[in-house]
Design a protein around this ligand. Structure first.
Ligand SMILES: Nc1ncnc2c1ncn2[C@@H]1O[C@H](COP(=O)(O)OP(=O)(O)OP(=O)(O)O)[C@@H](O)[C@H]1O
Length: 314
């Protein structure tokens, strides 16, 4: 028996969207990220898993026990599952400490540990309107965690945060998983949230699971251009170009820009554009009428210059 089993859940929401049957399982402490464009059905799926939306069919089991939908229970909450939405609410003008201690069953020591993990111990003596958006979100998260959920679902938690608060929340999420032993699911659009964090990734489009697998497979071997594009720039190289780059190929293949680098000899091209990306430059290179995205760390390569390309594994 897996920790979570999602068995063929589907749902029609509105007149023109249907979440098609989704099935997967997740082991305890495995980290699952759900990615996909806006409107692809990510929230619909995680709300069904959280017991906050009623599926039209299929079922979700948490440690073998079926998660009831809202039409089957009196309270919205599902024991053992916490869901933090990007639209979370924290009542205005309350002491943070009071919000957190309401219905808190934890010991004093565990409470202190939780507040430290959530980086909110310094905020307890403030009112809820005297904290920033990022701090509010960590308070809302701690509020959910006082109920010691076994599964935490974070629905686009990073979407409204600046890089500093995003970094803090990422550390909090890591510590919640490791120190509180909470299994976590994350909904996000951003490859930088997903790739370094997840053990498993599900990519959705139009209510359908496009691909499911470990981040490295999804990133390096996407099943189609949509999945490739969700995780950043990509090349779809023709068999001819692949062969010129030294790869035996009979069909086109997806290759990331960092796998194509400049060399002293190899396939010839002309740099069309150059973008500074921070740690590298992204080059748009025209090769026999095709656009190829390549990477370099050298600042000396400028548009208009001829270059040679080689394929590398990174
Ligand atoms: N309660 C609802 N009633 C009617 N339609 C809904 C409802 N909830 C979602 N939808 C529709 O279902 C589709 C999927 O929405 P969902 O929120 O699951 O997508 P998403 O991938 O999470 O999008 P986003 O990234 O923008 O949050 C959308 O077309 C949305 O308009």
């Amino acid at each position: 028996m897996s920790f979570i089993e999602v068995k063929g859940v589907y749902k029609r929401t509105g007149s023109d969207f249907t979440l098609l049957p989704v099935s997967f399982s997740l082991e305890k402490l495995q980290k699952l990220a759900i990615a996909g464009e806006s409107g692809s059905g990510k929230s619909t799926l995680v709300k069904i898993i959280a017991g906050l939306a009623q599926p039209d069919g299929g079922e979700v089991l948490l440690e073998g026990v079926r998660v009831k939908g809202p039409e089957e229970k009196l309270m919205m909450v599902t024991p053992g599952i916490a869901y933090l939405s990007q639209h979370f609410e924290l009542k205005e003008n309350y002491w943070v400490e009071d919000v957190l201690n309401y219905d808190n069953q934890l010991t004093e020591a565990s409470t202190r540990e939780l507040f430290d993990i959530c980086r909110i111990s310094h905020l307890l003596r403030r009112k809820t309107h005297q904290v920033s958006g990022g701090e509010k979100q960590r308070i809302a998260l701690a509020r959910l965690l006082v109920n010691t959920p076994r599964l935490l679902i974070l629905d686009e938690p990073y979407s409204n945060l600046d890089l500093i608060h995003k970094g803090i929340l990422k550390e909090v999420v890591r510590d919640v998983t490791e120190q509180l032993q909470t299994t976590c699911m994350l909904v996000s659009h951003d490859p930088l949230d997903i790739l370094p964090w997840a053990d498993q990734v599900i990519v959705m489009k139009g209510g359908e699971v496009m691909q499911q697998g470990p981040p490295i497979t999804i990133y390096r071997a996407p099943v189609n251009a949509y999945v490739a594009g969700i995780f950043g720039k990509y090349n779809l190289l023709s068999p001819d170009l692949l062969r010129a780059l030294g790869v035996k190929a009979t069909s086109p293949a997806f290759v990331r820009p960092e796998n194509i680098q400049l060399a002293s000899k190899g396939v010839k091209g002309i740099i069309k554009t150059r973008q500074f990306m921070g740690s590298t430059y992204l080059l748009e290179v025209e090769v026999a009428g095709q656009v190829v995205w390549a990477c370099t760390t050298a600042a000396s390569h400028l548009p208009g210059q001829p270059v040679h390309l080689k394929l590398v594994t990174v």
